[in-house]
Each structure stands twice: as C-alpha cells, then as structure tokens.
Design a binder for this molecule. Structure first.
Ligand SMILES: *Cc1c(COP(=O)(O)O)cnc(C)c1O
Length: 429
C-alpha cells in the first residue's frame, strides 16, 4: 500500500494541530506509524486519500451502526439542510427526537439534547448534584465518560493508551470529589457505599465497559449497583453513549433489565453528526432550566440537521430483526477470528455483544480491568498493522472496543477472517 498522501498530510497536520489530530487516539501513538486520512466512506468501507480501501471496524467510534453514507441518512440530511442549518428557536425535529428516545429507551421519560457525549455526562452529573445536594461522584476504573474534569480520573482507553492515570489541569479539589471503584467487584461497591453512601450524588458507569476494550457486566452486577444506589439515595447514571441503541434497541438497560435514574447518549443518536443527550426520570429532568433551577444550555443543541441524521439512523435500527442480524454478524466475525488464532497457536480471546466486540491477546475470560490490561499489547500492535496492510481497519489501540454495522455482510466478514489467518500466522513467532 502507498501512503504518501496521508504521510504528507500528517506532516502538515503535526505543525498545526496538537499531535496532528483533533482527538488523541486518531494519532496511532500506541500502535506506531502514521494515521491514514479518509477521502470518503461507504457501507462497511473506508477509502483513504491514497486510494487504499479498508473494511472499517471503528465506524467513527460508534455512530455508523447503519454503515457509512447510508442513503436514507444522507437524504434526510440533504432534505433538512435546504431549509436552513440552525434556527435558534424550537423546531419539530427536536420533538420527534425526544419522542423517539423516550419510546425506545426504558429509563427515559424526558430528555435534553446536547452536542456531544462529554456534554451529556457533564450535564447529568450537574443534575445529580443539584437534585441530591451532594458533591461526590463514583466512577469506575477504565470507564471513559468524555473529557469533563470530574471524569479524567482513571479514565479508560485514550488515557490508558497514553499511560496517563489522571490529566494535568484538573484541580485536585475537583478530582478529590470523584471516587473510583473496580468494575465488576461487588464487595468494593458495597464497602464504599457503606462508608460514604450519604455523600454520593451519583454513580456513573458504562454498563458495558467499551473504553477498556469490551468488558461485560457479571451476572447481577448492574442490579447490585441499582440496589446500592436506591438504598443510599444516589442517582444511578448509565453512560450509554456507546451502548445506547447498539447492544439492544433500548441499550444496555434494556438488555440487562436494569433501569437507571439518568442515561447519557451520543454517537448513534447523531448518525455521524455531533449530538449528545441525557434523559431519565421526569421528576429529575424537570429540575433542568427553564422548568427548574439547574442550568444547562446550548446554542446549537437540537440542531435540525443533526436531528434529521439521528432520526434517520434510529428508524433504520428499529427495523425488525436489526439487532439480531447485527448480533449474528458479530458472532460470525469473532468466532472466525478465534478459530484463525487457534490454528496458529496465538493466545486470543474475544468478548462480544451485538455490533460491539473486544479483541484480547490472552486466554479468556476477561471480566475485570486487570484481565483486560493483561492482553499482550505488543502482539496486538503487530496484528493491527498486519491487518491494516491487508485492508482491515481495527481501532488503533488495544484498549478500544471494535464496532460492526449492518453493512458488514458475509463478504466483508470472510475477507476479514482470511486476512486474520495470515496476520495471526505472521505474529505467531
Ligand atoms: C465516546 C464516549 C463519550 C464521549 O462522547 P464525545 O461525543 O466524544 O464527547 C462518553 N462516554 C462514553 C461511554 C463514550 O464512549
């Protein structure tokens, strides 16, 4: 593969953008090499500026669950944009979007639209603090909730990839209000709530950890957290920015049958446009301005073009059997990768949910952050590059989940597994 145009662009970008990128993991720091620059994308495929093409298992980090440039999404955007890009007064698509989210997601009676997942989690935490009059929050080691100050404490993939436990620039006085727990540890959560429960405004969690690769909750773990929060008057927040509309139409809360007080969304509800949302119990959402005193606002929130892209994407995922097909495709891919690895003797394990998977260069099971960290990252990096050279793009970090879309068909999956057979043989040693 020739990468000369991408390399020239990256050299230019490095002078102009920190690390040459607008979001850290794009820079390929942990896997080495230079990132490729996209020219266009279609279905399951990404095309770079040098004319190479890749089967894409990143999907813009989650939004493209219906595949890139889906005609129905593009049509909705094109139709909507002709009426103007932003109004600053309410428009009907915001109401349609709120109706769709509250219909699909079990825990949402009302929602507020924002412009990113980061904004959604920041706002949800403010709401929880305002509603409870408490200051402390609890998050889980390895979970990422966007780049808000309170969340950059043991914060998952981006920071794990770069080996930064906490970020400079976050005042200690604020970081001290964030308590952390190990994911999937029942007793640690019980002990923390016994000790400090009356001070904890909110517990925020990725119900499936998608920012430390892909770690599924142990049986009844989310129920356990639900009970602790109820008992101690703490607001339970499911950060479903990644899992929402993906692991089930109604997200992880539907899949695992646990209803949080608040939920945060992003990625899929924007269909590729910058969108976030938070929602939950009516009695809580009513405390947000202007119906209540807790302030939160946004010049472009509920943007009509973004709503149109999101609504078109939600219509696609609501088609009967969408998630069943996505789940079957994910199993086909992961089973194929595991059997290709077995044939070469490379220690390898996958975790999977519909449209979402984790690749680990170790034997399973993987249930904790320590299990995930024990993956052989050097071997992952060699696998990543061997696959990239064969036209398959996995996330450029051993700690990012992979994503599939409804556009990943048998052809793409078979091509991927064939490439993986060669890649595993190459890295087997
Ligand atoms: C991506 C992500 C965020 C942040 O969303 P942005 O739109 O990048 O701000 C928050 N939480 C989770 C679980 C995410 O995966």
């Amino acid at each position: 593969m020739n990468h000369s145009r991408s390399e020239a662009l990256f050299a230019r970008a490095c002078d102009l953008l920190p690390g040459g990128v607008n979001s850290p993991v794009r820079a390929f720091r942990s896997v080495g090499g230079t990132p490729f620059f996209a020219q266009r994308a279609e279905g399951a495929w990404l095309f770079d500026v040098d004319g190479n093409r890749y089967i894409d298992y990143v999907g813009s980090w989650g939004p493209m669950i219906a595949g890139h440039a889906h005609p129905q999404v593009l049509d909705a955007v094109a139709r909507t944009m002709r009426d103007g890009l932003s109004f600053g007064v309410p428009n009907a698509l915001e109401v349609d979007m709120a109706e769709a989210i509250t219909r699909i997601v079990p825990g949402c009676e009302m929602v507020r639209m924002v412009n990113s997942g980061t904004e959604a989690t920041l706002s949800a935490i403010r709401l929880a603090r305002g509603a409870t009059g408490r200051s402390r929050i609890v998050k889980f080691e390895g979970c990422y909730h966007g780049h808000g100050d309170s969340f950059l404490v043991k914060a998952g993939s981006g920071v794990m990839t770069l080996g930064l436990p906490n970020s400079p620039g976050v005042p200690a006085a604020l970081a001290d209000l964030t308590l952390t727990l190990p994911y999937n540890d029942f007793d640690a959560a019980t002990a923390l709530f016994d000790r400090a429960g009356q001070d904890i405004a909110a517990l925020i969690i990725e119900p499936v950890v998608g920012n430390a690769n892909c770690i599924l909750p142990r049986e009844c773990y989310l129920q356990h957290l639900r009970e602790l929060c109820t008992r101690h008057g703490t607001i339970l927040i499911f950060d479903e920015v990644m899992t929402g509309f993906r692991v089930a139409p109604g997200g992880a809360q539907q899949r695992y049958g646990v209803t949080p007080d608040l939920s945060t969304f992003g990625k899929i509800i924007g269909g590729g446009m910058p969108v976030g949302a938070y929602g939950g119990r009516r009695e809580l959402l009513r405390q947000i301005a202007p119906s209540g005193p807790i302030y939160q606002a946004g010049t472009l929130s509920g943007n009509p073009v973004a709503m149109a892209a999101g609504l078109a994407t939600l219509a696609l995922i609501e088609a009967p059997g969408f998630h069943d097909r996505l789940e079957q495709a994910t199993h086909r891919l992961c089973d194929g990768l595991e059997s290709a690895a077995r044939a070469t003797g490379v220690a390898f394990h996958t975790t999977r949910l519909p449209g979402m998977f984790g690749l680990y260069f170790r034997h399973g099971p993987v249930e904790t952050l320590d299990d995930a960290r024990a993956s052989d990252t050097a071997r992952f990096n060699r696998f990543f590059h061997a696959m990239l050279e064969r036209g398959v793009y996995f996330a450029p970090s051993a700690f990012e989940a992979g994503f599939m879309s409804s556009a990943h068909g048998d052809t793409e999956i078979e091509l991927t597994i064939a490439a993986a057979r060669e890649a595993f043989a190459l890295i087997a040693d």
